[in-house]
Design a binder for this molecule. Structure first.
Ligand code: NAP
Length: 501
């Protein structure tokens, strides 16, 4: 299939702009051949206006028909075969095996939401029957239903070119809710975006969905995303990416004349607490498994364990982790910008007072890195617990249990936290569980946070600054409620009850 580099505005291709860019091969640093055109203001407005028009029809479509649409997207993705896998791998330097796994997850997610729509229970209809005889006033019949909120703009992240991109979790949950989507393509994998975007449009056409239910615009500058978020017809934003990007778009959205919700899933350092008896039993295996988790995918996961905590008496465990890290080689990073940000981040951390490096810290080349400090220092300088996106981790040495708890209390919001402990450890550290429950979206016991299961009970979210709205998840079926709102019908005549409103 020949790529066009165009905006996909409903079922038409458009490239009226003069600004262009290309993708890059992260391994060679060389530009890739397709020229992509940045969307103009007029193209963005056209995509949003079409989404608004499509909303009138799409919001009325029954769950079973939306389910067929989502399943057809899944089929169209699989239909792209090796072209999709090779293109995504070329643009991101992620191995083809990883991309194949990610496609499986993306397809599985589409089917999971299709199942949710068929089942229909997610709509959580609540009815309060009328009590006409009630004194002193009769009680009306009340019926609460969930309705979609309107056109949604979605931003994807560079590190998940399929699962958190064009047909990823935000798009699928918005479409399942009944909201058309305008997707801002990620400039780090624009060809992958076009392949998937066109697959979505084929699925929309095959299943009779209204034109404009999905559109996609390109942009290598922030203007495209900013204009989308500020557009008066956009009713919500789904974002996955950096803290800087998510917070900037959140600030923009709340300053609009009509503020709208922004569900920004941002970076996190995902602290892992190693309790003493677990280390007595299993330090060697845990050190290896932890080093593997830190370096998986060159450390480019939002759930990467970028922080760990041990007691002073177990300090040698940090050396064990460092030895493992020194023996692991990592692949190229996703973009030259991310690579530079990693090197700068490590440089900055190294210059902080009270930080030592247990690995051969990287200078020019990206390498697994372990920096060490004390709990007291980390409490005084919370900057050391902030995300450096890549294969690095900061070890926190705590003098005693009180110091472990004080450090946990000082943490800001994270996507996950993990505790390694025996039953006796967990009994002794119950207070730690209480503290961490208030800090994260997911608390992992005796495992690693890196993998995120796509399943109804999953929470991939957490308090700020991990996200801009801790009341929601971006993974799992309850992600749908980000894009609906409740409405109550009072004394609605029976003749209207069967219709979809
Ligand atoms: P990014 O640089 O923030 O980019 C994400 C998207 O936002 C891109 O389309 C980008 O467009 C746009 N953007 C960023 N800043 C913007 C601004 N100020 N105004 C308008 N648009 C803006 O993130 P990334 O580098 O792709 O991804 C890596 C980060 O994502 C890491 O921090 C990682 O932890 C996080 N992440 C989080 C999750 C999660 O679920 N919480 C999942 C995966 C990744 P341009 O590039 O055109 O600016």
């Amino acid at each position: 299939m020949e790529l066009t580099g165009s905006q996909l505005i409903g079922d038409t291709f458009s490239n009226t702009g003069s600004q262009s860019f290309t993708g890059f091969n992260p391994v060679t640093g060389q530009p890739l051949p397709t020229i992509f055109y940045e969307a103009t203001g007029e193209e963005i407005d056209r995509a949003v206006a079409l989404a608004d028009q499509a909303f009138l029809q799409y919001r009325k479509i029954r769950g079973t028909d939306k389910a067929i649409f989502l399943e057809t997207i899944a089929e169209e993705l699989l239909e792209l075969g090796p072209t999709l896998i090779e293109t995504a791998s070329l643009e991101t330097a992620l191995p083809e095996t990883r991309i194949t796994g990610e496609r499986g997850r993306t397809v599985g997610q589409l089917r999971l939401f299709a199942g949710l729509l068929r089942d229909g229970k997610w709509e959580n209809e609540i009815t309060d029957p009328a009590q006409p005889e009630r004194q002193p006033l009769p009680k009306p019949a009340l019926r609460q239903v969930q309705i979609p909120i309107g056109p949604v703009v979605v931003f994807g992240a560079s590190n998940f070119p399929l699962a958190f991109s064009v047909a990823g979790g935000d798009t699928v949950s918005a479409l399942a809710a009944g909201c058309p989507v305008v997707f801002k393509a990620h400039p780090a994998h624009p060809a992958t975006c076009e392949l998937v975007g066109r697959a979505m449009l084929r699925a929309a056409a095959k299943t009779g969905m209204p034109n404009g239910v999905f559109s996609m615009v390109h942009g290598a500058s922030y203007e495209v995303g900013m204009r989308l978020v500020q557009h008066p017809l956009i009713k919500a934003v789904g974002f996955t990416g950096s803290f800087r990007g998510g917070k900037a778009l959140f600030d923009l959205a709340v300053r609009r004349p009509e503020p709208i919700p922004v569900y920004a899933e941002m970076g996190s350092t995902n602290p892992v607490f190693f309790l003493p008896r677990a280390l007595q039993k299993n330090a060697t295996a845990l050190a290896q498994a932890f080093a593997n988790a830190v370096t998986m995918g060159t450390g480019q996961f939002c759930t990467n364990p970028g922080l760990f905590v041990t007691l002073q008496s177990d300090k040698s465990f940090a050396n064990q982790i460092a030895e493992n890290l020194n023996n692991i080689s990592v692949g190229a990073m996703l973009t030259s910008g991310i690579r530079q940000a990693f090197l700068n981040g490590i440089d900055h951390l190294k210059t902080q007072e009270g930080i030592t490096s247990l690995t051969a810290a990287p200078t020019e080349a990206v390498a697994p890195t372990l920096l060490l400090t004390t709990a007291a220092r980390a409490i005084a300088e919370p900057g050391v617990t902030e995300e450096v996106f890549g294969p690095s981790t900061v070890g926190i040495i705590a003098e005693d249990k009180t110091s472990v708890l004080a450090f946990a209390k000082s943490l800001k919001g994270h996507l996950t936290a993990t505790i390694h402990g025996t039953n006796e450890d967990l009994e002794e550290y119950k207070e730690l569980i209480d503290i961490l429950t208030l800090k994260v979206g997911r608390l992992v016991f005796n495992g690693f946070p890196t993998g995120v299961e796509v399943s109804p009970a999953m929470v991939h979210g957490g308090p700020f600054p991990a996200t801009t709205d801790a009341r929601s998840t971006s993974v799992g079926t309850t992600a749908i409620y980000r894009f609906t709102r409740p409405v109550c019908f009072q004394d609605m005549p029976a003749v209207l009850q069967e219709e979809k409103w």
